[in-house]
Design a protein around this ligand. Sequence first.
Ligand SMILES: C[S@@+](CC[C@H](N)C(=O)[O-])C[C@H]1O[C@@H](n2cnc3c(N)ncnc32)[C@H](O)[C@@H]1O
Length: 350
Amino acid sequence: MDKDRVKAFADRIYRDMAGAMAIGMGYLGMKTGLFRALADGGPIDARALAERTGLHPRYVEEWCAGMAAAGWLEHDPDAATFRLPEEHAFLLASEGTDHFLGGLFLAGPSLLALAPKLVRAFREGGGIPPEAFDADWLEAVDLMNGGAYRERLGSYWLAQLPEVRARLEAGGRVLDLGCGVGEAAIALARAFPRSEILGVDPDGRAIQRARSAAEAAGLGNLAFTCGTVETLLAEPRFDLVLLLDCLHDLAAPEATLAELRARLSPGGVLFVMEPRSGDRIADNANPLGVTYYGFSLFHCTTQSLARGGPGLGTCLGPTRLVELLRGAGFGEVQPLPIKSFTNMFFAARA
Ligand SMILES: C[S@@+](CC[C@H](N)C(=O)[O-])C[C@H]1O[C@@H](n2cnc3c(N)ncnc32)[C@H](O)[C@@H]1O
């Protein structure tokens, strides 16, 4: 046995463990408002930071030390102060933007808490059903995706489909299937006031949140329904169907895609956003790929298997995705050249 290799791998495991713990400390920094408080000022000592936030000084002191050791905060040992650099605040204290990374801090602890249930599913089959995921997971998905929907969907992303934009500007119909808490549907209702937008999701908690957000926004061209594609049989057809971060979660992907194809109006488009992954494991051997395999095991795969689905997984890959769309009868499937570190995009036409 190569002892250097053992040592290198032990270092590697500790580095990964440190990453998991840093995410946990990130959760604390976000939920307690510590990142926000640090972003509002220059260097500060832990006691003054505790006073500024009204938090327990000993916890704040230990958290500052841990975050400085992790490289998230800068530390001046002579002055005994801590500082959140502007570039870190851009990612840690920027709630509501598309560059805020706080969704990851909610996702990590929420998903890892399900590990004992997942062990049971490995042994006995089945999976963890959608209703077993806590409110932090719902919030995490919203934080990970919502900013991009608000800032890019109606503008940059749909600029790739000028004929669809023109229809929506004149007054078209949009379906967001698997709409979650409704951010994408709300963004489109705002961007295209002459169009009617319908969000559909089987998760009652998500639909409740989406309805409250729509009501607060005072948008009259928007509705949310708790259900699946079967709920839509009586609906007129749609010019645009969105399937955002949802296809790989479906329990019956082939049947759902075929039904969506039938729900498109002539010339209508299915717009698919999926987590960015490659076709081969080697393509996903990077921090994003490992994060997505974790999301896959702890959420996407298991919630699909729990409902008798195929468990397509978060790292579906572009080839399998295109095969699924073609298998459902879509004659034209086009990858869209939308720049994103985290997602890939396709347009499918009947
Ligand atoms: C990862 S979430 C994405 C939510 C939202 N589209 C977003 O991007 O924030 C996947 C969503 O798919 C929904 N979903 C799962 N199975 C579904 C089905 N058969 N029909 C419609 N939506 C479904 C889930 O309830 C969940 O809200």
